[in-house]
Design a protein around this ligand. Sequence first.
Ligand SMILES: Nc1ncnc2c1ncn2[C@@H]1O[C@H](COP(=O)(O)OP(=O)(O)O)[C@@H](O)[C@H]1O
Ligand SMILES: [Mg+2]
Length: 246
Amino acid sequence: MDTPVVELKDVSFSYGGPKVLEKVNIKVEKGDFFALIGPNGAAKTTLMKIMLGLVVPDEGEVKLFGKNVKSFRQWHKIAYVPQHGGQINLSFPATVREVVASGLFGKNRPLKGKSLEEAVKKALATVGIEHLAARLIGELSGGQRQKVLLARCLVGNPEVVFLDEPTSGVDAESQQEFYDLLDRLNKERGLTVVMITHDIGTACGIANKIGCVKGGKVDIHENTKDITEDHIAEIMGYSIKKQRTK
Ligand SMILES: Nc1ncnc2c1ncn2[C@@H]1O[C@H](COP(=O)(O)OP(=O)(O)O)[C@@H](O)[C@H]1O
Ligand SMILES: [Mg+2]
């Protein structure tokens, strides 16, 4: 078995008050589609930040590609789209092409000129928005903007993407399209996906591993075929908004 992409061992964390995560163990393998679900405030975002070394746990061990996150340096393998798209400034007059190209800033293998252009073109084509390349980011619909953020995160050819509620504020049809796209990237290219979502139907439909975050604990369900959405909804304490589509 390959080295896990992400490994958390007995991770605990508090923001100063009670623990928001307690002795959490998670392994994300190469090629996994790992969905994290749970009520608001359950610490899903915190957990993702811990995986990325952005929040340091009080106890436990965090590894990325087998290396302790503190000394991990291969950040080009990783892409992250924070909750609310990292609050991109929509009034800033940047084109889609520029926003996607900015996904390469700070990477340790900078691209220039033609190869930069090619990389951006490829990323736009992957998510099917070549026709939007010259448009301003502020003019786009929520669904189109999500695709731009995905293209921005794919432009550096990452091995794993971390997405924090990537479809919040996006209409149902665009949501489905977005999930289908991720499903394809995962199955056809072996892209590892770690995604926080409120959409249990989708989580059960595409993910091969589900982590239910609640009360500081994370229950991992590895055989998503065996667990029904109702079962998960019961664990999570909320019902399914959308039925599984396949
Ligand atoms: N920077 C912070 N300082 C203090 N408390 C925080 C901070 N960020 C989040 N929290 C608290 O930690 C808990 C988990 O938050 P979060 O990880 O954002 O949950 P989720 O993403 O599941 O909605 C919540 O109770 C939240 O209020
Ligand atoms: Mg969150």
